[in-house]
Structures are given as structure tokens and as C-alpha cells.
Design a protein around this ligand. Structure first.
Ligand SMILES: C[S@@+](CC[C@H](N)C(=O)[O-])C[C@H]1O[C@@H](n2cnc3c(N)ncnc32)[C@H](O)[C@@H]1O
Length: 185
């Protein structure tokens, strides 16, 4: 029997990717990239002043695909896989090295770190003798992670609240450039 041919799909911003069935780096990266495209388009459509039926149709299609990809939970799961030590580890390794280079781990009081986009509650557990960490995320995956949109934090209240803010792989998730620019607290 002749082999069934796979149909080749063009690679464009609007083409869906299949739901990743494995945790291979290529498949998780493809899903993460696709999420970024879809979430950005979702916000653009929601904010658009267009009133015709095509806007609603496209928004439904985008939301359906987000759903099919497993929603924000799956996006976070894929991102957690990417943080694994077999993939080079999470961004805390880099941040801690920078702080040590600057000898900031030797300050009298603990450094107050706001960790935005925290997928795990204990990324900085090994450094708790010199760091006091507050993990937050849009969608908390653990009771110790505060569910909070960073962009909605009160600027006045937070002005002096942190010594360091980690935004690793978070700003690229914010669909609107103006919101990215407004993200300093
Ligand atoms: C790629 S993951 C982050 C990974 C982790 N920080 C790292 O470096 O691997 C992005 C995370 O940022 C969160 N996030 C995106 N926008 C956010 C916002 N405005 N406030 C809080 N969390 C946000 C998402 O929910 C998601 O869990």
C-alpha cells in the first residue's frame, strides 16, 4: 500500500502548530512561539475599533486555538520544561551570578527581589540567607506564588519596595509595546 503523504504547511505567523505531544525542545519552543503570536493578536483584536464580523470571526479563531493548545497552563508547563537543568536551568542562575559579581550577596540586610513570571515558588530557595523573594504571576501555579498582573501593581506603593525586579521572559509576553514601556514601577 502506498505511504500516505504528509501535507506540508507553510510557516507563517498565522499557521497553527500542532499541540506538542512531547517535551522535545523544538516542540516546546514552537508552542511557546505560537502562544506569543496568538496572545498578541488576541489583544490587538480586543483593542481594535473595527466593528465588522471579520473581527469577531478572527478573535473566535484565535481564542479557539489558544484553547486547543492548552491555554496559559500549557504555556507555563512548556516554559517550566525549558527551565529544567537539562536545558541549561532557569534565569535565577544568571541573576545570582550577576549579583555575586557585584558583591550584592554581602549586604547587611537581605535583598528584596520581586520575581515576575514565577513558574515555581522556590527558584531562589538556595539563596534564602541573603535574598527575600516575592514570586508573582498572572496565573499562579502554587499557593506561595501571588497571582498578580505586574502591570497593575500600584506604582506609588511599590516605589521603594524592591531592590531587584526579575522580568525574565516576561516582557516579550506583554503584547502591546506601550504596556512594555510602562512596566517600570
Ligand atoms: C516564559 S514564562 C516565564 C518564565 C520564567 N520567568 C523564566 O525566566 O523562565 C512567562 C511567565 O510570565 C507570566 N506573565 C506574563 N505577563 C505577566 C504579567 N503582566 N504579570 C505577571 N506575570 C506575567 C506568564 O503567566 C508566564 O507564567
Amino acid at each position: 500500500m502506498p505511504k500516505a503523504r504528509k501535507r506540508k504547511l507553510p510557516i507563517t505567523d498565522t499557521d497553527p502548530v500542532p499541540v506538542a505531544s512531547s517535551s522535545k525542545p523544538e516542540s516546546s519552543r514552537a508552542v511557546i512561539r505560537r502562544f506569543h503570536v496568538l496572545l498578541k493578536r488576541q489583544v490587538q483584536l480586543q483593542k481594535s475599533t473595527q466593528t465588522d464580523v471579520s473581527k469577531k470571526t478572527e478573535l473566535d479563531r484565535v481564542e479557539e486555538e489558544i484553547e486547543q493548545l492548552g491555554g496559559l497552563e500549557n504555556y507555563q508547563r512548556m516554559s517550566t520544561i525549558g527551565q529544567g537543568s537539562d536545558r541549561g536551568g532557569g534565569s535565577q542562575k544568571v541573576l545570582v551570578n550577576w549579583l555575586k559579581e557585584k558583591r550584592m550577596h554581602r549586604t547587611e540586610s537581605k535583598l528584596r527581589l520581586l520575581e515576575v513570571g514565577a513558574l515555581k515558588p522556590d527558584n531562589y530557595k538556595s539563596y534564602s540567607d541573603w535574598m527575600q523573594v516575592t514570586p508573582i504571576d498572572l496565573n499562579s501555579r502554587h499557593p506561595s506564588i501571588l497571582e498578580q498582573d505586574f502591570l497593575l501593581l500600584d506604582k506609588t506603593e511599590n516605589l521603594e519596595a524592591w531592590d531587584i525586579i526579575s522580568l525574565s521572559l516576561v516582557l516579550n509576553f506583554v503584547p502591546e509595546p506601550t504596556d512594555r514601556g510602562n512596566s517600570e514601577i
